[in-house]
Design a protein around this ligand. Sequence first.
Ligand code: FES
Length: 68
Amino acid sequence: MSPQAFEHSEVVLVPDGPMLVRGVRSIEDADGRVHAVERPVVALCRCEKSSRLPWCDGTHKVIARRGD
Ligand code: FES
């Protein structure tokens, strides 16, 4: 990816869902592990139930349906 692709970053909080992050090269999780970002936009889990933390795997939708 060209350096220009990372000039601007943007964060969007999805109601009852993930945090969408655009324009970053890496994400550091709460344990200090750095995860490389190779996509223009990534979805970070906010419910902490994803099986692919720190990434959202859609589990938040199941939780919402169950009413947890
Ligand atoms: S926010 Fe999507 S799995 Fe947690």
